[in-house]
Design a protein around this ligand. Structure first.
Ligand SMILES: Cc1ncc(COP(=O)(O)O)c(C=O)c1O
Length: 327
């Protein structure tokens, strides 16, 4: 079976504006040639990388007869916002378990979740450690009320969700063929790991030569290598492929700073540089740190001569952090 047929075996509800454009933003004379895949343009409220995952997950939810979605994330979760908006579009109710949402003024992603009528369940960081158990409890309460809930894990990052980025690799391969360019590396932010795992599986499936590099925005390289291996084993079974596990040096570590969602100097610089030089809007939680990781890579190293940065969206997370970005 060819790669197109393998990908098409998996059903999805089209939610995003795909294929997304690929643009060159700097040339080889500046060092590494950098291109950007504009997954920030997959929609407006339905923007960013999460839509690609939700296309697959929501097909499964609908197939299961679900009328209610349950998911989780931080107070400014792009994933929870995208799920709430996709739910509104498809006529599904949404419940979101949100870390740190208690008593905060809704803005950014949280404001959008309120606008579409998502049911917000605030929780503390300690409670969030048991997020899967909490989501199961919410599901069980909803079942008692006659609802049919469907639980989406954090970031939509299970093997089915990863299919979104397997499919994105076909777009990249088609672009390479049509334009006669080849990328030596593909760089993305790593938050829950699904985008990175999907890209790793997708490059193997469609035969892209690019090395996939992930910049972790929380935890560390070891955590994500372990998590990604688990996802790749499951994805390999689904795709009928033996996927390479545990490659060396494919997580660009060291850009988390003091913690998840806390902007660093390098992240601020990357946000300013992307905006002022390329009119690209990055965010302080994911894409700012990922772009900082890319910019810091030494010439002649892992990026190769030509690198493709996946702009995974996240703009709504910029505004609630205006003060931290401007100081
Ligand atoms: C804007 C943005 N970029 C990147 C990521 C990371 O993607 P993943 O969770 O698939 O690792 C996320 C979510 O976690 C996100 O919201």
């Amino acid at each position: 079976m060819n790669e197109q047929k393998i990908i098409e075996q998996f059903n999805r509800i089209p939610l995003g504006r795909l294929d997304t454009p690929i643009e060159k933003i700097s040339s080889l004379e500046d060092g590494v040639e950098i291109w950007v895949k504009r997954d920030d343009l997959t929609g407006l409220g339905l923007s960013g990388n999460k839509i690609r995952k939700l296309e697959y997950l929501l097909w499964e939810a609908k197939e299961a007869g679900a009328d209610t979605l349950i998911t989780c994330g931080g107070v400014q979760s792009n994933h929870a916002r995208a799920t709430a908006l996709a739910g509104a579009k498809l006529g599904l109710k949404t419940h979101v378990l949100l870390r740190g949402a208690d008593g905060v003024i809704p803005q950014g992603n949280l404001l959008l979740m309120h606008l579409v009528g998502a049911n917000v369940h605030p929780c503390t960081p300690e409670e969030y450690l048991e997020r899967d158990a909490h989501m199961k409890r919410i599901a069980s309460d909803l079942r008692k009320e006659g609802c049919v809930p469907y639980i989406i894990p954090e970031g939509g990052s299970n093997a089915l969700g990863c299919m979104g980025y397997v499919r994105a690799c076909k777009e990249i391969a088609d672009f390479e063929r049509q334009k006669g360019v080849t990328f030596d590396s593909i760089v993305c932010a790593v938050g829950s790991g699904g985008t990175y795992a999907g890209l790793r599986a997708g490059t193997a499936l469609v035969g892209l030569g690019a090395r996939v590099l992930g910049v972790n925005v929380c935890d560390d390289a070891e955590t994500f290598t372990r998590r990604t291996d688990g996802l790749l084993e499951e994805l390999g079974d689904r795709l009928g492929l033996e996927l390479p596990l545990n490659p060396e040096d494919t997580i660009i570590d060291g850009f988390v700073g003091p913690g998840y969602a806390v902007p660093t100097e390098a992240c601020r610089d990357a946000i300013y540089r992307a905006a002022s030089d390329h009119a690209l809007i990055l965010d302080p939680v994911y894409t700012g740190k990922a772009f900082a990781g890319l910019l810091a890579e030494p010439q002649g190293g892992r990026l190769g001569d030509r690198s493709l940065f996946i702009h995974t969206g996240g703009a709504f997370g910029l505004f609630p952090q205006a003060e931290a970005i401007l100081t």
